[in-house]
Write a new protein. Structure first.
Length: 304
């Protein structure tokens, strides 16, 4: 069960958690066109701090732009509302979920004059793939479902409805006893997890999928920049599932998943079956950065 907090921001007003409801014929609920973000706020020794807030706001507005949704607030207003919602709920660490949705009005696929609504909820959310997964690595399964074609789902946008594809893959992976799914693209190359980007390590170098059929993960971008600064070479290049099988290391990245090592794929052990050296090094750097322990990356944090 989701860990409740006090208030949810809905179109400029704070509403009690239990009263944050919508009409059943809300357009987004019927047809899935809404855009959202997932952001994390971490506890630091100078109080809570939000990781890469501006980047997430930028992506939210880009998602809306791609889908011709006119958000009735400025980026500054949304940023202010997010900060206020975190403060108001007095949480030290939380996950932040802004949602832009099409409200109640006309029905049918073309919601001509329906209002565009915005809500921001926050709640404490632990390790997405479990504490054990974060520490010891997870087991993933290549899905029989593929990532949508780029002309079916424009993957630069983070859209509610896209996640039916992710849920098919996730349910299948769980049913087969795995922790998470790996989706391939329409041409059979590795794309991403149901809610994570993927990196592999071979011969000391990092490789991640290019931005064709995947979400441009903000954690992914952060890891690429951190690796550059650490002198670790990164290429953004297509790779096949068998290249993952023979990789020395692999890991998933995402706001929810953070940096989660992958120890097995489709019954094949990755490397020695334990989180690899480079994975552990980047994971520990990541947690130092988000918890405000690394001055060099202070600009990635918004203090509350
Ligand atoms: N790919 C997908 C498909 C995806 O959903 C996410 C985030 C990522 C990559 C990583 O993006 P980023 O968070 O910017 O590094 N998935 C979000 C939703 C998870 C959920 O179950 O809800 C998240 O991690 O917040």
């Amino acid at each position: 069960m989701i860990a409740k907090t006090e208030k949810i921001w809905m179109d400029g007003k704070f509403v009690d958690w239990d009263k944050a409801t919508v009409h059943i014929l809300t357009h987004t609920l019927q047809y899935g066109l809404g855009v959202f973000e997932g952001i994390r706020c971490y506890e630091t020794d100078k109080g809570p701090a939000i990781f890469q807030l501006d980047e997430h706001i930028e992506r939210l507005f880009n998602s809306a732009h791609i889908f011709l949704l006119d958000i009735p607030y400025s980026k500054e207003e949304i940023k202010g509302a997010i900060i206020k919602t975190v403060r108001m709920n007095e949480v030290k660490e939380c996950y932040i979920r802004p949602l832009v949705y099409i409200g109640y009005g006309s029905i049918g696929l073309y919601p001509k004059d329906n209002p565009i609504k915005v809500a921001i909820a926050v709640w404490p959310w632990g390790a997405y793939l479990g504490d054990k997964g974060l520490k010891e690595g997870i087991r993933i399964k290549t899905s029989s479902f593929i990532r949508n074609h780029v002309n079916a789902s424009m993957s630069r946008a983070k859209v509610c409805g896209y996640y039916v594809n992710s849920q098919l893959a996730k349910k299948e992976a769980i049913a087969y006893g795995y922790d998470e799914a790996l989706l391939l693209d329409t041409e059979g190359y590795v794309a991403e997890g149901s809610g994570e980007n993927i990196f592999i390590v071979r011969k000391g170098m990092l490789k991640t999928t290019p931005l064709t059929s995947i979400l441009e993960g903000i954690t992914r971008n952060s890891i690429i920049e951190m690796a550059h600064n650490e002198g670790i070479q990164v290429t953004e290049e297509r790779f096949t599932r068998d290249e993952l099988y023979i990789a020395d290391e692999a890991f998933f990245t995402g706001t929810a998943a953070e940096v989660t090592p992958v120890r097995e794929a489709d019954g094949r052990r990755i490397g020695n079956g334990k989180p690899g050296k480079i994975t552990k090094r980047l994971q520990s750097l990541f947690f130092d950065i988000v918890r405000g322990k690394n001055k060099k990356y202070e600009s990635w944090l918004t203090r509350i």
